[in-house]
Design a binder for this molecule. Structure first.
Ligand SMILES: NC(=O)c1ccc[n+]([C@@H]2O[C@H](COP(=O)([O-])OP(=O)(O)OC[C@H]3O[C@@H](n4cnc5c(N)ncnc54)[C@H](OP(=O)(O)O)[C@@H]3O)[C@@H](O)[C@H]2O)c1
Length: 289
C-alpha cells in the first residue's frame, strides 16, 4: 500500500517510520525538508510539496501542529487541494478543532476527494511503538480502506461518525489531561513544601484509584526538572484553548480547565512552550516565590 505522509514532527516521524517498517511504501513531505532525511534513509521517497505527494499517492496522511498548519497545507499554494480528486483520500491526524476539520473536509469533497479526520491519543513513545488510540470520523469507506495503516500505527481505532466527532473527542481527552497535570503539579509542590518526599507521593499514588500512566511516566522526570519534549507544551495549550472554545460553543462552564489553560499560557510566557507539557510544573513552583 502506498501512502503519503505530511508532517514529520515528534509524532509524524514515529508514525511514518512504523508504516515503513511494516512494508508500506511511504512518500514524505515536511515544511523543513531536512527532517525527511532520516525517513529517506529507511526507504521513504520525498515529495517536494503536499500537492506532489497527493498526486503520487492514493492516500495521504497529515500530522501537523495546529489549525493554521492543517489549513495551510491544504489551501495554500502547492497544497493538497491542487491535486486531490476522485479516488484519492486525505486523512488528517493532527489535533484541530471541528470547524477546521469541517472546512478541510468540505474543500476536499468539493474536489471529489475523500476525507477522514483521525486525531490520536498517545504520545511520542506510543507513536514509535504503534500503540496510539485513533479517533476517526468522516467517510466510512475511506476508514475501511485505510484501516491497515491504522492497525500499524495504533492499538485501537474508534470510528465516531461524522467529521468533527474525532476532533471533539480528542479535545475532551486533552482537556482532562491538561487539568490533571496541573492538579498533579500542585500536589507535588504541596508534598515538598509540607515536608514530604515527592517520590513517596508517587508511590502512594501508584497504588490507589487515581494511579495512571501519566503520573507514573512523567512524575520522576518532573521531580528532576527534566522536560524533554514528548508532547510540546505549546500544543497542550492549543488543545486547552480549543477545548475551551468547544465549551463556549456548548455553554459548558469549565473553571478547572480555564485555570489550567492560564497555567499553560503562563508557561509559554516563561519560554517553556517547546518543552514537554509537564513543564507546567515550573509555573506552579514559580507561584510560591
Ligand atoms: N506529541 C504528542 O504527544 C502528541 C500526542 C497526540 C497528538 N498530538 C498532536 O499531533 C500533532 C503533531 O504533534 P507533534 O508533537 O508531532 O508536533 P511537532 O513535533 O511540533 O511537529 C509539528 C509538525 O507540523 C509542521 N508544521 C507546523 N506549522 C506548519 C505550517 N504552517 N505548515 C506546514 N507544516 C507545519 C512542522 O513542520 P516543521 O518541522 O517544518 O516545523 C512539524 O512537521 C499536533 O496537532 C499535536 O497536538 C501530539
Amino acid at each position: 500500500m502506498e501512502v503519503g505522509f505530511l508532517g514529520l514532527g515528534i509524532m509524524g516521524k514515529g508514525m511514518s517510520m512504523n508504516l515503513l517498517k511494516h512494508g508500506f511504501k511511504v512518500t514524505v513531505w515536511n515544511r523543513t525538508l531536512s527532517k525527511c532525511d532520516e525517513l529517506v534513509a529507511l526507504g521513504a521517497s520525498i515529495g517536494e510539496t503536499p500537492a506532489a505527494v497527493v498526486k503520487k499517492c492514493k492516500f495521504t496522511i497529515a500530522m501537523l501542529s495546529d489549525p493554521p498548519a492543517a489549513l495551510s497545507v491544504v489551501f495554500d499554494k502547492d497544497g493538497v487541494l491542487e491535486t486531490i480528486g476522485s479516488g484519492k483520500g486525505y486523512i488528517d491526524m493532527s489535533t484541530v478543532d471541528h470547524p477546521t476539520s469541517t472546512k478541510i473536509s468540505e474543500a476536499i469533497a468539493s474536489k471529489g476527494g475523500h476525507f477522514l479526520e483521525a486525531p490520536v491519543s498517545g504520545s511520542k513513545k506510543p507513536a514509535e511503538d504503534g500503540q496510539l488510540i485513533i479517533l476517526a470520523a468522516g467517510e466510512k469507506a475511506l476508514y475501511e480502506e485505510i484501516t491497515p495503516a491504522f492497525d500499524v500505527m495504533g492499538k485501537k481505532t474508534f470510528f465516531l461518525g461524522q467529521v468533527g466527532n474525532g476532533a471533539k473527542m480528542k479535545l475532551v481527552v486533552n482537556m482532562i489531561m491538561g487539568s490533571m497535570v496541573n492538579a498533579f503539579s500542585e500536589g507535588l509542590v504541596l508534598a515538598g513544601k509540607s515536608g514530604l518526599d515527592p517520590h513517596t507521593l508517587l508511590d502512594v499514588l501508584s497504588l490507589g484509584a487515581i494511579a495512571n500512566p501519566m503520573f507514573g511516566g512523567k512524575g520522576p522526570a518532573m521531580i528532576q526538572g527534566n522536560y524533554s519534549p514528548a508532547f510540546p507544551l505549546k500544543h497542550q495549550q492549543k488543545d486547552m484553548r480549543l477545548a475551551l472554545a468547544l465549551g463556549d460553543e456548548n455553554a459548558v462552564s469549565m473553571p478547572v480547565a480555564a485555570a489550567a489553560n492560564e497555567a499553560f499560557k503562563k508557561a509559554r510566557s516563561m519560554g517553556l512552550g517547546d518543552l514537554d507539557f509537564s513543564a507546567v510544573f515550573e509555573t506552579v513552583k514559580d507561584l510560591q516565590h
